[in-house]
Design a protein. Structure first.
Length: 276
């Protein structure tokens, strides 16, 4: 992960937590006391963020020794040790909460993503994320989606054209919106259009859209839209996607299934840092 992007996130989190100083540690532990600790899984999950946790401790003190025992993307069982940490006791205590906060959340995203990926196994569809991320943590959450076996949709507003219903309304229609997009973005950039029914599917196809986001359609409507598109554009299903519905959606033949829940409704997993 790019340190130029990652480090400011971690520094802000450390500043928020440590502030002017860890009063408990300063008051109770002699300077220079050395300690060793383990990061221990308290439940089963998919690992994501072990390098982020390491970077937290190294930002506080580059002399901290951090040995990871499991790599991101791997399955972890309850009781497994993820990493060994050795260094100044004050450093370990000051970095503990920030490291765990991020690691637990990243593992939660990866684990939920893996559940969705498993549900659609064999269909050929791909689970992707959305921009519905925690402010300030998007790069970490989207990385974790990849660790769970999913794919990334656009990272932000700057890297892809996605014409949604409000763009269509403001531009005067799908055809006008696509035409203006073609005039104003490089030829290397695909244009995606959100559509809600077959009339809009037909207009978007005629306008030359590269990707059609089939929004809040029933499985019957999705199947009909996929047949109508017939390979002329990449298909993406969105809206009403959960672990109970995703298999049926995948079996309609859509190529992509975007799931906002991956980054807004995950549960942080349980990990502890224990001195040994």
């Amino acid at each position: 992960m790019n340190p130029f992007v990652l480090d400011p996130i971690l520094r802000r989190a450390l500043e928020e937590d440590i502030g002017t100083g860890d009063v408990t540690t300063l008051a109770t532990i002699q300077p220079g006391v050395q300690a060793s600790a383990e990061l221990v899984a308290k439940e089963d999950f998919i690992l994501s963020g072990i390098d982020v946790a390491q970077r937290v401790f190294l930002l506080i003190s580059p002399e901290t020794a951090f040995e990871k025992l499991i790599e991101d993307g791997q399955s972890v069982k309850r009781g497994e040790v993820l990493a060994w940490i050795k260094g100044d006791a004050a450093v370990l205590l000051q970095g503990e909460r920030v490291a765990l906060n991020l690691l637990q959340r990243m593992c939660g995203v990866a684990t939920l993503t893996a559940e969705f990926v498993k549900e659609i196994g064999g269909t050929g569809a791909i689970i992707v994320d959305t921009r519905k991320t925690t402010p300030g943590l998007r790069i970490l959450e989207k990385y974790s989606v990849r660790m769970g076996g999913g794919g990334n949709h656009r990272m932000a507003l700057y890297d892809a054209v996605l014409i949604k219903e409000n763009h269509v309304a403001a531009a005067g229609g799908i055809t006008s919106a696509v035409s203006r997009a073609r005039q104003n973005v490089p030829h290397t950039q695909k244009v995606e259009v959100e559509v809600r029914n077959q009339v809009e599917v037909a207009e978007a196809l005629d306008a030359g859209a590269d990707i059609l986001l089939l929004d809040n359609m029933t499985t019957e409507e999705l199947r009909a839209a996929v047949e109508m598109i017939n390979g002329r554009a990449i298909t993406e299903a969105s809206g009403g996607v959960n672990l109970e519905t995703v298999r049926d959606i995948a079996e309609t033949g859509v190529r992509l299934i975007s799931v906002g829940a991956l980054t807004h409704s995950y549960r942080a997993v349980d990990i502890s840092m224990l001195f040994v």
